[in-house]
Design a protein around this ligand. Structure first.
Ligand code: NAD
Ligand code: UDP
Length: 339
């Protein structure tokens, strides 16, 4: 049984990946400081899997705590989710973002090296493509950042590429997620953003459940099929599955390799609102307002590399994503704080 250290394993994507790991016979060990997650998620994981994952409540930058995990457990590979991810907050508090994300990654790599663990799957993001205009986006597209959050992802990717050149023992998969949405089909775990959601689908879900009165659609005059922004939404269960595929593929990689994780299909804001309305059986009120500064019209992935080299492909369509997101939101209207 392989032991996998999952940093940020109590978070949105991490918790779904921990469930997938447990269900496929891996032994996950979570390290999380719960800065953006609720301890109750661990009970929910146990409820789904009939098995409680090991959890260490620690900050990634606490080298002693991290080292003691590697001393206690024989870790085969690490999936590194832990990080801060709010774009706007990264603009107002860049130092916190560089400290948490970049320093956290550096500490992790150092402790892994010291303990002879060289296998890593890293949560990167399509944000590393900046304002790409050629669609679909493949992994060779130019890399650029438009905010400090994006820079942290670019910097960590670069550090990992350099590391793999310097030490051929390393095997690293950089998973560049497009737009993760939805939730586990039990409705027991899902995304629970703090404050006003920045992302479209959590916002739509909070309108549906009555926590907000309407969706502000950011721009209706883009060059897209209905004038609203188009994105590549991916079910978090497909995303979780991509990590297991990446773990299996690690040994065959030549050092560090980037993979797009999306469906390859684009959906507009109005497509999402319509699909969510169908899922929840009620109209979602919305109002078209000005464009959000910095947004691109369209973004969707070329997923051919992930298909051929990771043997992975997304299974769920937009209707299923919205149904599963709605189940989570309707069963937990206030997120993890509701019961
Ligand atoms: P999340 O905030 O739900 O999960 C991150 C987890 O990491 C949280 O539980 C948080 O408490 C923990 N954490 C943060 N800093 C830590 C530290 N220093 N030490 C220990 N734990 C720490 O976010 P998520 O949506 O699950 O995203 C996971 C990863 O995927 C992040 O790196 C994020 O940047 C990346 N990503 C997310 C999206 C998205 O839309 N959700 C898109 C692309 C990439
Ligand atoms: N969007 C919107 N209203 C919102 C949040 C987002 O119209 O309240 C739009 C946004 O302009 C983009 C799409 O929805 O076209 C997805 O935005 P999100 O922030 O979820 O993802 P990202 O832009 O980071 O890909």
């Amino acid at each position: 049984m392989q032991k996998i250290l999952v940093t940020g394993g109590a978070g949105y994507i991490g918790s779904h990946t921990v469930v997938a790991l447990l269900q496929q016979g891996y032994e996950p060990v979570i390290v999380d400081n719960f800065s953006n997650s609720h301890p109750r998620v661990i009970d929910r994981i146990e409820q789904i899997c009939n098995q409680r994952p090991s959890v260490v409540d620690a900050d990634l930058r606490d080298t002693d705590a991290l080292a003691s995990i590697f001393q206690t457990h024989e870790i085969d590979a690490v999936i590194h989710f832990a990080g801060l991810k709010a774009v706007g907050e990264s603009v107002t508090d860049p130092v916190r973002y560089y400290e948490n994300n970049v320093q956290g990654a550096l500490q992790l790599i150092k402790v892994m090296s010291q303990h002879g663990c060289h296998r890593l799957v890293f949560s990167s993001s399509a944000t590393v493509y900046g304002n790409a205009t050629r669609m679909p986006i493949n992994e060779q597209a130019p890399l650029q950042a438009t905010n400090p959050y994006g820079w942290t992802k670019l910097m960590i990717e670069q550090i990992l590429r350099d590391l793999c050149v310097a030490d051929p023992a390393w095997r690293v998969a950089l998973l560049r997620y497009f737009n993760p949405v939805a939730a586990h089909q039990s409705g027991l775990i899902g995304e629970d953003p703090n404050g006003i959601p920045n992302n479209l689908v959590p916002f739509v879900a909070q309108v549906a459940v009555g926590r907000r009165d309407h969706v502000a659609v950011f721009g209706g005059d883009y060059d897209t099929h209905d004038g609203t922004g188009v994105r590549d939404y991916i079910h978090v269960l497909d995303l979780a599955d991509a990590h297991l595929s990446a773990l299996r593929a690690l040994d065959g990689l030549d050092g560090c390799r980037a993979f797009n994780i999306g469906t390859g299909n684009g959906h507009s804001v109005l497509d999402v609102i319509r699909a969510f309305s169908q899922a929840c059986g009620q109209d979602i009120p919305y109002q078209v307002v000005d464009r959000r500064p910095g947004d691109v019209a369209t973004s969707y992935a070329d997923v051919s590399r992930s298909q051929s080299e990771l043997a992975w492909q997304a299974k769920f369509d937009l209707a299923q994503m919205m149904q599963d997101h709605w189940r989570w939101q309707s069963q937990n209207p206030q997120g993890y704080g509701s019961d």
